[in-house]
Design a protein around this ligand. Structure first.
Ligand code: G6P
Length: 610
């Protein structure tokens, strides 16, 4: 949520910042801005725009910032104050000597604002962030680093900051407390950014700033201090991420590209994690003896990752016979969960920066539970705060609607469940063999579905006029129904509900008439006939049915208006395959409605505030 980029070097900062900012646009895109210290007179020039970065880029063509090799920039997802130009970052202090960009929330901003107002500081915006600029100005005694350090000590909340000053054309200051911020080390130039892909074309030498650290950067070097002002050492990581992984590579949208990457992501995962009939979970950090002692599991996650967790619950309980409780992170953290040293908490998160999931993990660890995370972003806060981490290595996911991260999370949950089932001696070797054989067939099954792209696009377009969708599934495909509905509402803005089909008669059936479309996930399974009964009840009420069914099922054609076939695979694994047509349906409906697929309204990829 919100993207920050900063530059100090020997080149003109404007194009560098603008380019990097575009790569962070997925974090928020309701307004943006860029501020640069002029090389000539050290005055800070500032430009802002409402809406997307393209608007800022267009504005800069007529109102260039002039040459300056030190600057900060920001793309915003509004929390405090509407997405207007005045609320856009960067923010000045009253003297226009200090300029800041901020990602996160300042919880005690009102208190500080009241205090500073009394001292005569004039506030222009409705944001919590503006207090930081004025506070730095209030505390400044000639040393910028010290003023930022003192300010940070007074701020409550979670945040990442970039600060520049016209008094110090040779300094870029960055601070992190709870929101992600990385430092890129270049030759005679250094960068800050909210994540690595933003600056990947400039440097691969990355320092992950830790919570409570403040960096002072010049053109020549970087020094990092803790909150008390003591210099700390840091490690420079060489990242190997490919630049093309953050480009569309000929696809119309990142979301489509990421849907297409799924077979590759899954086959890479299974090839590296399945060795014969052994499951190799490097990073888990729990020995077999530790796994044996686990008495229950709690899964915490948000959004799509939560749906992956729901599938995980079915699979772990089935294969390892351990009770699994699952909560959305924001609920878990505010109730009084019953967990102790024998509870294993599994946190699932693509970004590893979701504020609620991080808070849930901290809560769990404080209660003595062991925490492992299933995470996509290497070095993320979640990964660092977990006892063990199972990286999905799905590559950067840029489309706001999560696709490949979801199937990768499912893949990892299956592997973990099999491993746990084996350790707990709940699985016969023949069953392990069947599941492993089934998993290895999944990438190809997903590829087969992708070949149906044209057909799925046609079905999606033909149904894109419906004003309401229901998604129904049973058992292990109930979470698939939830995920299908979430995908659709995220990018098409059509109200969509996911339900366990057995719940139909307890309410949702009241919605059904000829103006509703119902997507039924009905692969061959133990609940197939029950699903067919539900489908008939919908038809009797004139609802339009799109069925996701197993290849070779001719019966379903009599019941559904449209059928999309998925390859038959090991029953328990169907969610990982059945979700692919659901992703494509959502995608093509969004395209048909002319929406911005990759950057849907009001959403942000990474929700780093509560
Ligand atoms: C946001 C994204 C979703 C994502 C959720 C959790 O809502 O739009 O796609 O599922 O956050 O994110 P995480 O990074 O924790 O998986």
């Amino acid at each position: 949520m919100c993207g920050i980029v900063g530059y100090i070097g020997d080149k003109n900062a404007q194009p560098i910042l603008l380019n990097a900012l575009k790569r962070l646009e997925y974090r928020g895109y309701d307004s943006c801005g860029i501020g640069i210290v002029a090389d000539k007179n050290h005055k800070i020039n500032l430009r802002k725009a409402q809406g997307k970065i393209q608007n800022l880029s267009n504005f800069l063509k007529d109102h260039p910032l002039g040459s300056g090799s030190l600057g900060i920039s920001h793309t915003r997802w509004a929390t405090h104050g509407k997405p207007t130009k005045v609320n856009a970052h960067p923010h000045f202090d009253s003297s226009k000597k200090f300029l800041i960009v901020h990602n996160g929330i300042i919880e005690n901003y009102q208190e500080i604002k009241d205090f500073l107002k009394e001292k005569g500081y004039k506030f222009l915006s409705e944001t919590d962030s503006e207090v930081i600029a004025h506070l730095i100005s209030f505390l400044y005694r000639g040393n910028l680093l010290q003023a930022v350090q003192e300010s940070v000590r007074k701020l409550r909340g979670s945040f990442a900051l970039g600060v520049i000053s016209s008094d110090h054309p040779d300094r870029l200051i960055a601070a992190r407390l709870g929101s992600p911020l990385i430092i890129g080390i270049g030759k005679k130039e250094n960068f800050i950014a909210s994540d690595v892909p933003a600056i990947l074309d400039k440097t691969r030498k990355i320092v992950y700033l830790k919570d409570g650290e403040i960096a002072e950067m010049t053109r020549k070097g970087v020094s990092i201090f803790d909150l008390a002002g003591k210099k700390v050492s840091y490690k420079i990581h060489q990242v190997s991420l490919k630049l093309d992984s953050v480009q569309k590579e000929g696809f119309a949208h990142f979301m489509l590209k990421e849907i297409y990457e799924q077979p590759k992501v899954l086959s890479r995962m299974f090839a590296s994690r399945i060795k014969g009939s052994k499951i190799v979970l490097d990073g888990l950090s729990l020995k077999d003896g530790d796994l044996q002692k686990i008495k229950d599991i709690v899964i915490v996650a948000c959004g799509t990752a939560y749906h992956a967790g729901l599938v995980g619950k079915y699979v772990i309980e089935d294969l390892a016979r351990i009770p699994v409780l699952i909560d959305v992170s924001s609920e878990f953290r505010y109730r009084t969960p019953i967990i102790d040293k024998k509870t294993l908490v599994i946190a699932i998160s693509q970004s590893g920066e979701t504020a609620d999931t991080l808070a849930a993990v901290r809560e769990a660890r404080a209660k003595g539970a062991k925490v492992i995370s299933i995470c996509n972003v290497v070095g993320s806060s979640l990964a660092r705060e977990s006892d063990g981490v199972l990286y999905t290595h799905a590559g950067p996911e840029i489309g706001v609607a999560s696709t490949k991260a979801y199937t990768a999370q499912l893949g990892m949950l299956y592997l973990f469940a099999v491993k746990l089932g084996m350790v707990k001696k709940k699985l016969k070797p023949s069953k392990v063999k069947d599941i492993v054989r089934g998993l290895k067939k999944v990438p190809n099954a997903v590829s087969q579905i992708l070949k149906l792209k044209t057909k799925i696009a046609k079905v999606a377009k033909a149904n894109s006029h419906f004003g309401c969708f229901l998604f129904l599934g049973r058992n292990i495909n109930f979470p698939s129904a939830l995920e299908g509905a979430l995908k659709l509402k995220e990018i098409s803005y059509i109200p969509a509900e996911g339900y366990a089909a057995g719940e139909m008669k307890h309410g949702p059936i009241a919605l059904i008439d000829e103006y509703r479309a119902v997507v039924c996930i009905v692969p061959r399974s133990d609940t197939y006939e029950k699903m067919i009964s539900n489908i008939q009840e919908i038809r009797a009420r004139k609802g339009k049915i799109i069925a996701i069914a197993s290849e070779g099922d001719d019966v379903i054609k009599q019941h559904a208006n449209n059928v999309i076939y998925i390859p038959s695979i090991y029953k328990m694994l169907t969610p990982i395959v059945a979700v692919v047509p659901l992703q494509l349906i959502a995608y093509y409906i969004s395209v048909a409605r002319g929406n911005d697929v990759d950057q849907p309204r009001n959403l942000a990829k990474s929700v780093t505030v509560e």
